[in-house]
Design a protein around this ligand. Structure first.
Ligand SMILES: Nc1ncnc2c1ncn2[C@@H]1O[C@H](COP(=O)(O)OP(=O)(O)OP(=O)(O)O)[C@@H](O)[C@H]1O
Ligand SMILES: [Mg+2]
Ligand SMILES: [Zn+2]
Length: 456
């Protein structure tokens, strides 16, 4: 080894590097995320040996033979949908989410299904073999093709994979893996990066797909998977309230399928169950006859999902009114309140306002504006919105309602679930060519009209 080891400061959230320490990361603006790491100079041997074993050669694209992209079906159609049709051979998938959300659970369930015909190696650096066995029994996972390895040394793990040649391997979690040549601690940015790169090389060289778990940590003690996102092929995020049983799996990056596709699961004693009719599940237990709730239809990936939006407006005790939004953008909510005041004459200046999207969903398309506005106005006026009505539409700064995309899919979903009224922007009406027998379509031009139609 030549040269001297030097110390660098690396942001655990975004991977920003600097020779100097900062309290606030110049890369992403987060506080207290810079941690010191000792960098060894690059080892010559590793570089030269890689060169000599594989001479660099470019090939014409026409000379590359392709067979139909091979995918393994996981046995869970919700998961397959998120993955874009199944696990692609040689791909690297990152599953991340908050502690306890169900990452290890879904991995074992995949083992349960794919283990019937494929050889799988499950590497855990977090739990003992006994603990994994206990969970597997609880989930009803049984397979003679499933191998467990409890190990944290990534080089030993890769060696084992080369020996075993499984059809699929899983690493739970990347933060516990350790590259002994680096002297920073497991979970630091350089460790995570090196370990992922090692996994990537093995996955691509042997054409074995790999699934890795990455933790997210709010206080930044562990490297955020943001650094990993660039390396891997697919990034799946587990979302949802831990208190509630619904879990939403979302593809935020996918080299082999579309993003924004979601899968909905329900966490039960025997593992994650697929929710095949999410609209129905998310609307169950909805209060009727009370003010401050409105149903909308959002498009998640390729499918429409009905969601309940709750709004609450209460008189401000003292000082400036509070505004809180859960599952909805805070700034968008402030903007909607401003439009409601200025353009529609609904005054929120002395009211605290809260918005919540029920079921842990995130409503981040403009089509959700109208339902948010209606739920707030309904609460302000204490007038319940017709429980058989849904509303969608984008609200412009002049208070006008603007047309949105996927109109027929949205109406169709509401119709299927027995809704009787759909309040939508007037301009959408001319773009509907299909006939709906049950649901009445009410085109409105502004929020006031929409509210009047909605309370009837
Ligand atoms: N007996 C049980 N019945 C129902 N649900 C359970 C049971 N045991 C565990 N769970 C659920 O499983 C969740 C833990 O799942 P899992 O261990 O897969 O999470 P994880 O994302 O891997 O967590 P970590 O980040 O700690 O590794 C718990 O939050 C709980 O909701
Ligand atoms: Mg786990
Ligand atoms: Zn940063």
């Amino acid at each position: 080894m030549t040269g001297k080891a030097k110390s660098v400061y690396v942001c655990s959230e975004c991977g920003f590097e600097s020779p100097k320490w900062f309290g606030k990361c110049p890369g992403c603006g987060k506080w207290n995320t810079m941690t010191e790491e000792i960098r060894e100079p690059v080892r010559k041997t590793a570089l030269t040996s890689a060169r000599s074993s594989s001479p660099i050669r470019s090939i014409p694209i026409s000379a590359i033979s392709v067979t139909e992209e091979e995918r393994y079906h996981t046995g869970m159609s919700e998961l397959d949908r998120v993955l874009g049709g199944g696990i692609v051979k040689g791909s690297l998938i990152l599953v991340s989410g908050e502690p306890g959300i169900g990452k290890s659970t879904i991995l074992l369930q995949i083992c349960g299904c794919l283990g019937q015909k494929l050889k799988i190696l499950y590497v855990s650096g977090e739990e003992s073999a006994r603990q994994i066995k206990l969970r597997a029994s609880r989930l009803g996972v049984e397979s003679d093709n499933l191998y467990i390895l409890t190990e944290t040394d990534i080089q030993a793990v890769m060696e084992q994979i080369r020996l075993d040649k499984p059809d699929l391997f899983m690493i739970d979690s990347i933060q516990t893996m350790n590259f002994t040549d680096l002297n920073s601690s497991p979970g630091s940015v350089s460790q995570v990066r090196e370990c992922t790169a090692a996994i990537m090389r093995t996955a691509k060289a042997l054409e074995i797909p790999a699934i890795i778990v990455g933790h997210v940590n709010k206080d930044g003690a562990i490297a955020g998977p943001k650094v990993l996102e660039h390396i891997v092929d697919t990034v799946l995020y587990f979302e949802g309230d831990r208190q509630m049983s619904y879990r939403i799996l979302r593809a935020v990056k996918n080299r082999y399928g579309s993003t924004n596709e979601i899968g909905v699961f329900d966490m039960a004693e025997n593992g994650l169950c697929q929710v095949e009719n999410p609209s129905l599940a998310l609307l169950s237990g909805r209060p009727t006859g009370v003010s401050g709730t409105c149903v909308t239809c959002m498009i998640e990936g390729s499918r429409p999902i009905l969601a309940e939006i709750q709004g609450l407006a209460t008189a401000t005790g003292y000082g400036t009114p509070r505004r809180t939004a859960t599952g909805f953008d805070y700034n968008r909510m402030s903007l909607l309140l401003a439009v409601l005041e200025k353009r529609a004459g609904f005054y929120f200046a002395n009211f605290d306002a809260y918005v919540n999207v029920v079921g842990g969903l995130r409503l981040d398309e403009p089509a959700g504006d109208l339902a948010v506005a209606l739920s707030l106005v309904s609460s302000l006026k204490d007038k319940p919105i017709n429980s058989k009505a849904i509303a969608f539409g984008e609200i412009g700064l002049a208070g006008e309602l603007r047309s949105v995309t996927n109109i027929e899919a949205r109406i169709g979903e509401a119709d299927r679930l027995g809704f009787e009224k759909c309040i939508l922007p007037y301009h959408c009406l001319s773009r509907i060519s299909r006939h709906f027998d049950q649901i009445e379509l009410i085109g409105v031009r502004d929020v006031r009209q929409a509210f009047e139609a909605a309370v009837q």
